[in-house]
Design a protein around this ligand. Sequence first.
Ligand code: AMP
Ligand code: ZN
Length: 439
Amino acid sequence: MYTCGPTVYSYAHIGNLRAYIAADMLRRVLEYNGLKVKQVINITDVGHLTSNADTGEDKVEQEAKKEYKTAKQITKFYADQFIKDIKALNIKSPVKFAWASKYIKEQITLIRRLERKGYTYTTSDGVYFDTAKFKGYGRLGKISSGKARIAHSLGKKRETDFALWKFSAKGEKRQQEWLSPWGVATGPGKRPLARRGFPGWHIECSAISTTELGQPFDIHTGGIDHVLIHHNDEIAQSEAAYGKPLANFWIHNEFLLVDDKKMAKSVRNFYTLADVVKLGYDQMAFRYLAIAGQYRNKLHFSKAALEGAQNSLDKLRGVFNEKTKGGKVAQAYKKKFLSAINDDLNLPRALSVVWDLVRSDRTLADKQATLLDFDRVLGLGLMGVKPLKIPSEIAKLARRREIARRAGDWRLADKIRIQIAKAGFAVDDTNRGPKLRKK
Ligand code: AMP
Ligand code: ZN
């Protein structure tokens, strides 16, 4: 399974993270069914330009200039942040995070193969894929060719053609560039000068996925916005080169929306996982929110939705407040859960099975055992929930403190807080009211 990864020039927003949660859900469902999954996620550290039309600046180089850092410092920092985010969301790690810049040789080999087969042409700014030569271009998502792009890059024959390799511009000081077999002839009959350059954005996914997983591999995932250009281009390159499908199945998640608009960096309507925490919610509440919608549907993000997700998560965690032994997985519920997740990952229906179970008259031990089994798919980290024992006198003190606070009696509130602290507990005033925890 190959999952298109992030371009590491800034923090991932939770819309991006929805894409990785969706892929994780698919992986977990397959594993729950007894299959083994080998997943690769790429890290785009070079070649992703600011415009989808193969023009503009390299996003990483641009950010490096802005932050007065090297490209390597930028990509390492944001890749680390990304990996932290996916760990916090309990997204399973792939066997490999494959960095685009580590596969330059494979990308050049693939482009040369396309060149030999007559699928490319060279302009003054790069080597392009000639989409007119590839029968059925735009097959994925039934995109009609010719409509996929908005602007022409220098010398491109048609809108849908795309860069396989870009030459570093004259005088451009790129930090990440490599010698390539391609260049521009300096005069009639002269051999082209080898020029420095860098791969186009799409070629990395074709080269990495087939190097690591073979061709065809089973499943390719990504966000819905990748269908139009990125994935159709991956298909064109790989199929033209090897005459066989790139992937057997393509699975795309719909967008996370804010106020009915796609969450996007360019619109500046985005939240990061750190923002979720600043709002007073658990990172895992976002995971709950994300899995409560089916991947094919748009999902609305709002504070109210996050609040609902947090409440649901707290209730599920609450089932584990008491320790039990010897519980058995409730088979009737498991059957229903399995049929829901195997029905095109119908997680909303699977979660309704979860709540039916929680409200049922099964023993607490059975509920816990069943939820832990389901959590292999849900990934909410229920296994790690530690029973929190709050002595009744501490709970009473916390209630008294809250009454004092609401009445504006800060002195009394503070006195009670100290009393609570002396007993080994801390009280946090969150957006969602006071919360007790062990110090
Ligand atoms: P990028 O880092 O821009 O390449 O995006 C990483 C992943 O996030 C891709 O699979 C995108 O399709 C996906 N994506 C971007 N924005 C959203 C969104 N608002 N909701 C869901 N997925 C998104
Ligand atoms: Zn990709």
